[in-house]
Ligand binder design. Structure first.
Ligand code: 13P
Ligand code: SF4
Length: 335
């Protein structure tokens, strides 16, 4: 086992995770629970994680809820079942804690669509603008950002900025266009997008709406404008979940990553949830990055306390200011 562990640790960078066989007879729920207690670790999971991971998490939430939890937890170790930028955000908010991510290759197409060196040049062309970045960015991008936002608080963040102040919004062009429409602010937009939310098929959604005439169509603001125009409700993952709980409809067509359907079904077992189909052969839309995390990788990373998120001190010090500002504005708005 020691030799196997040494090899796995050596190959961590190549694989992104500890590549060690896990005894299939182990009850991973029980083992993970034990490790949480032994190590005073908290397990935070995003709604797009596979169902089993959601079921064992101490807290399940959207990007805002997860960062609020990472800022206030008293645990010694934060285990982040989500993607890389989320774990980095947790590390920036709790720099003295150990932050673990089961698979370091769990990235984000949206964060990748905005490399910090390119953005720096773009920002130089707009010296009077302040930068609002969606939290789906690298830690380095956060050092170039004045205020972060998530889909839950984006409208409040934009509206908190004085009217005459020009704004750059990065990196999601779809959320950016939605915010321009919603707030009436004319922002300079970076041209990035999420691979999961930009491939919903208008045609297949129209057909589903005809097949389920009583269903409400709900969508995440990372979707393209022509999809959002059809929606009865647009909101963050938490916003969508709450809408399905509180609305009287019993059928919903859901245009976001399919992982959220697990919580929707748990919270409203008598209602029907239909994932909106993408423009390919699949019936629902999974984020390949989010789904890199598995129960086995989660167990191994908690047992051996690796892979760990490590960031340069200057990045933490400079970048965290944009996250702190977001959390302050959100708290004032009661979010
Ligand atoms: P929220 O969880 O903030 O709605 O963001 C969705 C998303 O795409 C996360 O990667
Ligand atoms: Fe990134 Fe989109 Fe996956 Fe969220 S769903 S992690 S924005 S690629």
């Amino acid at each position: 086992m020691i030799a196997e562990l040494d090899i796995a640790k050596r190959d961590l960078e190549k694989n992104g995770y500890l590549n060690i066989d896990v005894d299939p007879s182990l009850d991973l729920f029980e083992e993970i629970e034990k490790l949480k207690k032994e190590k005073n670790a908290i397990l935070l999971a995003h709604y797009y994680q596979e169902s089993e991971i959601q079921d064992i998490a101490d807290y399940i939430g959207d990007s805002l809820g997860l960062s609020q939890m990472a800022a206030k937890t008293e645990a010694d170790i934060i285990v982040f079942a989500g993607v890389h930028f989320m774990a980095e955000t947790a590390k920036m908010l709790s720099p003295h804690k150990k932050v673990l991510l089961p698979d370091l290759k769990a990235g984000c197409s949206l964060a990748d669509s905005c490399p910090a060196p390119l953005f720096r040049k773009f920002k130089e062309k707009h010296p009077d603008h302040i930068v609002v970045s969606y939290v789906n960015t690298t830690a380095e991008m956060k050092t170039l950002t004045d205020i972060c936002c998530t889909s839950t608080n984006a409208v409040h963040i934009i509206e908190s900025i004085p009217k005459g102040q020009p704004i750059i919004f990065a990196p999601d062009i779809n959320l950016g266009k939605y915010l321009v429409k919603k707030t009436g602010r004319d922002m300079v937009l970076w041209n990035g997008a999420c691979m999961v939310h930009e491939i919903f098929s208008n045609e297949k959604i129209t057909k589903l709406m005809l097949r389920y005439p009583n269903a409400k169509f709900i969508a995440h603001p990372e979707c393209e404008a022509h999809i959002l125009e059809k929606a009865d409700f647009v909101g963050s993952t938490t916003g969508l979940l709450n809408y399905t709980i509180n609305d009287e409809a019993t059928e919903f067509i859901v245009a976001t990553e399919a992982g959220i359907l697990h919580q929707m079904e748990k919270r409203s077992p008598h209602k029907t949830f239909i994932p909106a189909p993408p423009d390919n052969a699949c019936a629902c839309n999974d984020c390949p990055h989010m789904k890199l995390n598995t129960m086995e990788k989660l167990y191994l990373c908690m047992k051996h306390e690796t892979p760990e998120i490590v960031l340069p001190e200057w990045v933490i010090k400079k970048g965290v200011k944009s996250i702190d500002r977001m959390l302050e504005i959100s708290a004032k708005a009661g979010l």
